[in-house]
Design a protein around this ligand. Structure first.
Ligand SMILES: NC(=O)C1=CN([C@@H]2O[C@H](COP(=O)(O)OP(=O)(O)OC[C@H]3O[C@@H](n4cnc5c(N)ncnc54)[C@H](O)[C@@H]3O)[C@@H](O)[C@H]2O)C=CC1
Ligand SMILES: O=C([O-])CC(=O)C(=O)O
Length: 349
């Protein structure tokens, strides 16, 4: 180090400059850690891009971060043209995952293998499990306190897999890990409204169970504002919601649903945002760690959300005979899916 350099480094002026720079850095760090940042992993994907467009319109989100192993920059540049206050950031490649996740308050996972768009729910496990495991490891290093919303299929197994990875890293909080099942609620609301001749916006049908064919259970006996259905209508709506994934793949010639799914995923994410912003009475159904049924450790039920995630699990509504029968058939299927995810995370498969 030169003499001049030494003088400058030790002069009172330089000390003041150093202190000012340090203060500025801590102010910036404080500001960054207090913004409401939502990160979408798998952000360059078909559904995720639509989710991002919907989230960009929310005045409650300060920063929307798009992260993917595929290019995010061009999409994010265009997204940033939408004239809303929410700032857009974008990172491409695993070497930037830290930057993408740091300071996130909510992380939505839609990352998935490219070959899964026309597969059944269970067939998506093998291609997606490693992607999920790696992302959750990064999550546990860089933003373990964020709310984690998992859309990647099969949700029934991915949530237990993620939970085990978080446990192994000592950062698991069951109140902050969600499997997104809002797609089923949105479908149940629309199908019930159509049968009843009501405006879909006014209809709410809770959906319990899991997110795969026979584990999706619309609780039409608790449909609001009206739960009056014939047996034939009950069966038509229930089977319609359960088979919607397959039906869309057939209708779209080997591509799964995008639009309604993105709408549903953004609705759930915005409910998490509202809960973090301390809005009251935020109720959503989601697939979470649960002790409401002795046959399974995870179950979708209605939840009251708050700033710390699940404020209260509202449990199972009183079920009709038909719904009870569907649930009892679904529980062993869900329990198997749970074991599959847990075993993978523990390296047993
Ligand atoms: N829970 C639900 O209601 C819904 C779930 N899904 C699921 O969401 C996932 C995404 O669906 P699509 O958008 O159709 O798939 P997609 O194939 O269009 O997009 C997946 C994206 O993930 C990225 N990706 C892969 N590995 C990654 C990694 N390690 N880190 C970050 N990004 C990575 C890919 O590059 C791709 O851009 C699927 O698993 C799908 O089944 C889709 C709709 C509804
Ligand atoms: O797997 C997908 O891409 C879509 C999905 O979950 C559904 O349609 O329920």
């Amino acid at each position: 180090m030169s003499f001049l350099n030494l003088c400058f480094r030790t002069s009172p002026l330089s000390k003041l400059a150093t202190r000012t720079a340090q203060n500025l850095k801590s102010v910036r760090t404080y500001a960054r850690s207090h913004i409401l940042k939502v990160t979408v992993c798998g952000g360059a994907g078909r559904v995720a891009k639509l989710v991002c467009l919907l989230l960009k319109q929310s005045p409650l989100i300060d920063e929307l971060c798009v992260y993917d192993v595929a290019d995010t920059v061009r999409f994010a540049k265009e997204l940033a043209h939408v004239d809303t206050g929410c700032k857009v950031s974008a990172y491409t490649g695993k070497e930037y995952v830290k930057k993408a996740l740091q300071n996130s308050k909510i992380v939505v996972i839609l990352a998935s293998s490219p070959k899964t768009a026309f597969l059944s729910y269970s067939a998506m496990f093998d291609p997606n499990a490693l992607i999920m495991q790696e992302l959750i490891e990064q999550f546990s290093y860089f933003c373990p306190k964020a709310l984690l919303a998992i859309a990647t299929n099969p949700v029934n197994s991915m949530v237990p897999l993620a939970s085990e990875v978080l446990k192994a890293h000592g950062v698991y909080n069951p109140n902050t890990v969600f499997g997104i099942t809002t797609t089923d609620v949105v479908r149940a609301n629309s199908f019930a409204a159509e049968v009843q001749g009501l405006e879909p916006e006014c209809v709410f049908v809770p959906v319990i169970g899991g997110h795969s064919d026979n584990t999706i259970i619309p609780v039409l006996s608790h449909a609001k504002p009206c739960n009056d259905f014939t047996n034939a209508e009950l069966e038509k709506i229930t089977l319609g919601v359960q088979s919607a994934h397959r039906d869309m793949i057939k209708a779209k010639f080997k591509e799964s649903a995008n639009l309604s799914c993105a709408f549903a995923i953004s609705r759930f994410t915005l409910s998490l945002v509202k809960a973090l912003r301390r809005k009251s009475d935020i109720i959503e159904c989601a697939y979470v760690k649960s002790n409401v049924h002795p046959g399974t450790k995870y179950l979708a039920t209605p939840l009251r959300l708050g700033p710390a995630g699940i404020q209260k699990n509202l449990g199972l509504p009183e079920l009709s005979e038909y719904e009870r029968c569907l649930l009892e058939n679904a529980v062993p299927l869900i329990a198997d899916d749970v074991i599959k995810g847990e075993r993978y995370a523990k390296g047993l498969d």
